[in-house]
Design a binder for this molecule. Structure first.
Ligand code: HMH
Length: 221
């Protein structure tokens, strides 16, 4: 049987191409992205990472074995550390103080994506939850590596680029790919189909997250 991860990646290949081609990511790689847009992104991403870390902890709590529990526990800790370290430093450097950061409200896209993940953590099977989480790793790893190859060392966003092209992040990504493949092997075809739907849905939200940051999306009312 074809590995779940292979089927899943094939099903989002055109969408991945669109993500890599987004103005946000092309300008990030070129170093020409406006600081306002990056600041908006980092503020929204802090909110995202806090919710994402909760979804990862819930995945750890629901994991069928110690190996899966360890992967998600470590990932939850990693998400919190990125949120605190990278975001703490970057926000300051881009001129955002703590009170401003704390007042920031989630954009419609950030709100929808985080609630999608947290809803999956509460009401979907562990397998579907893992598949919903997978694009958060996999797409960031691929985008991080792609941008890292294209970017020059003096790129103003080098720290962000280094975080997501770090081989340790690659290893974490691979462990979640393998975990999803194992989960899919044990799942029936209906469950596999639900996993694929969740994987695609998160991937669409990844596109929307970068697009919404570029547009500095707010609530229409
Ligand atoms: C929106 C989003 N998806 C994935 C990651 C990777 O952790 C991130 N930092 N932000």
């Amino acid at each position: 049987m074809t590995r779940f991860s292979e089927t899943a990646w094939q099903s989002i290949a055109p969408l991945y191409g669109k993500i890599a081609d987004l103005p946000f990511n092309r300008e990030l790689a070129a170093g020409s992205l406006s600081p306002e847009r990056f600041r908006f992104y980092i503020l929204q991403d802090s909110l995202y990472l806090a919710a994402y870390a909760r979804a990862l902890s819930l995945a750890a709590a629901r994991a069928p074995d110690g190996e899966a529990a360890t992967i998600f526990t470590r990932s939850a800790q990693g998400a919190i550390e990125v949120e605190q370290a990278l975001h703490g430093g970057i926000l300051e450097r881009f001129g955002v103080d703590r009170p401003t950061a704390e007042k920031t409200e989630a954009s419609p896209t950030c709100f929808a994506y985080t609630n999608f993940l947290l809803a999956a953590a509460q009401k979907e099977s562990f397998e579907v939850l893992a598949a919903a989480i997978l694009p958060c790793f996999w797409i960031y790893w691929k985008i991080g590596c792609g941008i890292s190859e294209a970017a020059r060392p003096e790129n103003p966003y080098a720290e962000w680029i280094a975080t997501y092209s770090d081989p340790a992040f690659g290893a974490a990504t691979q462990s979640v790919v393998d975990l999803c493949d194992r989960a899919a092997l044990a799942a029936g075809s209906a469950e596999r189909a639900r996993m694929l739907t969740a994987f695609i849905q998160s991937s669409r939200y990844e596109w929307m997250f970068w697009d919404s940051a570029y547009r500095q999306e707010g609530w229409p009312v």
